[in-house]
Design a protein around this ligand. Sequence first.
Ligand SMILES: *[C@@H]1O[C@H](CO)[C@@H](O)[C@H](O)[C@H]1NC(C)=O
Ligand SMILES: *[C@@H]1O[C@H](CO)[C@@H](O)[C@H](O)[C@H]1NC(C)=O
Ligand SMILES: *[C@@H]1O[C@H](CO)[C@@H](O)[C@H](O)[C@H]1NC(C)=O
Ligand SMILES: *[C@@H]1O[C@H](CO)[C@@H](O)[C@H](O)[C@H]1NC(C)=O
Ligand SMILES: *[C@@H]1O[C@H](CO)[C@@H](O)[C@H](O)[C@H]1NC(C)=O
Ligand SMILES: *[C@@H]1O[C@H](CO)[C@@H](O)[C@H](O)[C@H]1NC(C)=O
Ligand SMILES: *[C@@H]1O[C@H](CO)[C@@H](O)[C@H](O)[C@H]1NC(C)=O
Ligand SMILES: *[C@@H]1O[C@H](CO)[C@@H](O)[C@H](O)[C@H]1NC(C)=O
Length: 409
Amino acid sequence: MESRKLLPFTPHPVIFNLCLLLPCTYFTLSHSAKLGNDTDKLALLAFKDQITHDPFATLSNWNNSVHFCRWNGVICGGRHERVVVLDLQSRNLTGTISPHIGNLTFVRNVNLRNNYFHGKIPKEMGCLYWLQVIGLTLNLLQGEIPINLTQCSEVRILNLVANSLEGRIPLELGKLEKLMGLGLAINKLTGPIPKSLANLTFLRDFSLSENRLRGDIPKELGQMRQLHMFQISSNGLLTGLIPAQIFNLSLVEYSLVSENQLVGEIPPDIGFTLPNVRMLLLGKNQFYGSIPSSISNASKLERLSIPFGQLTDSIPQDLGKLKNLVELNLRRNKLGFGEGNDLGFLSPLVNCTKLEVLAFFNNILSGVLPNHITDFSSNLIYLLMEANRISGSIPNDIQKLENLISIGM
Ligand SMILES: *[C@@H]1O[C@H](CO)[C@@H](O)[C@H](O)[C@H]1NC(C)=O
Ligand SMILES: *[C@@H]1O[C@H](CO)[C@@H](O)[C@H](O)[C@H]1NC(C)=O
Ligand SMILES: *[C@@H]1O[C@H](CO)[C@@H](O)[C@H](O)[C@H]1NC(C)=O
Ligand SMILES: *[C@@H]1O[C@H](CO)[C@@H](O)[C@H](O)[C@H]1NC(C)=O
Ligand SMILES: *[C@@H]1O[C@H](CO)[C@@H](O)[C@H](O)[C@H]1NC(C)=O
Ligand SMILES: *[C@@H]1O[C@H](CO)[C@@H](O)[C@H](O)[C@H]1NC(C)=O
Ligand SMILES: *[C@@H]1O[C@H](CO)[C@@H](O)[C@H](O)[C@H]1NC(C)=O
Ligand SMILES: *[C@@H]1O[C@H](CO)[C@@H](O)[C@H](O)[C@H]1NC(C)=O
């Protein structure tokens, strides 16, 4: 049974490239700059010096016979030929990030995503006044997030997802008031979520999953009215209630808080306060009480996953209204009354034609299995209902569910 924990119910929910939700190209406009000299060229050569392995020979044309504005990964802008974009993503580069990057005075977009950069993020990047996008996702960077980065007051996207960064989240990040995407997931960050982040009122994507953060979720974060993605899952040590203000951010599409020590009831009006929600992943916490019936009003919902909780009472009977539902995962709770018919929620699910995962094993649901289950979506892959108090017989035409790879009775 425990091996089921590993089933790929929900795809890895961390969205690495925060730009998926943002028009990144917008950030590469050119601008007029003061007269250029060799500063940028020398800075780029110093950057190249710290690269120890370049298997695609990306930097092979970074030499004196080619103008630096035509070097691979470099874009110049303005009338005076200054570097505005350094884009070396996915080039398998190994090395450290040279502090001389701080001399690219007019750079707006630094994208070193998906390489093997190690060592620290240079403090000198904090001198880059025009910097709008810092993309360092998927590298091997260590050390703390330099506080100097918070001097880059034009930054819209700071994406440090999937590195090995340590230490606390700097309070000063709250000063980056133009920030729209903050990606710190999959690192080794410790300490609390700073209240000061509430000042990031333009933030759309907020991703702190898979760190070692602890403590309560500040209610002040409810000021981030533009939030579309709230991701704090798999920290393990986040405690307390999810503040009502956060369940009240009406633009939220992804609310991913699983694998922490959060408690409380799911707000009864959640289906109204989060009308745009597409993924609601609350599992492996200590949520109790019933599943609010308002959830069926959240018509964009694709994944409702609340396994390993303390939920009780009946499962709402109108989830069939959720036409986009792909996953309903309520395993290992205390749902049902153990007698009478708790299975009224099942038949309406025939209307969820995209349903792939239906898992409610390990509860105390009782009743007679309805024949309707053979009318479930032909997309159904998992139908797991064992360890309940269900009786009746398996319908003869169960093979209509032709894509089923696992059935648990
Ligand atoms: C970068 O600027 C600093 C300070 O102006 C200077 O000392 C350093 O030599 C510059 N680096 C390069 C590679 O030109
Ligand atoms: C500089 O780069 C160009 C383009 O890759 C190459 O043809 C040329 O041989 C290089 N020059 C030197 C001196 O390495
Ligand atoms: C680049 O890295 C990827 C991922 O580690 C690897 O599969 C690929 O073989 C590497 N390519 C080269 C040319 O080193
Ligand atoms: C980092 O910021 C501090 C405080 O503003 C400043 O004194 C220092 O020079 C900065 N360091 C670099 C390398 O930019
Ligand atoms: C937000 O910024 C203001 C002004 O800089 C500051 O006074 C306030 O304490 C900040 N809010 C939080 C929650 O840190
Ligand atoms: C939720 O938002 C509504 C309208 O935006 C507001 O009236 C209400 O007070 C908010 N509730 C909480 C708990 O923040
Ligand atoms: C919510 O769903 C209920 C039950 O289907 C329906 O009667 C009600 O009109 C819906 N409310 C809103 C605000 O959509
Ligand atoms: C499925 O949807 C149709 C049309 O909206 C409705 O008439 C029917 O009652 C629903 N079926 C179930 C089992 O809820």
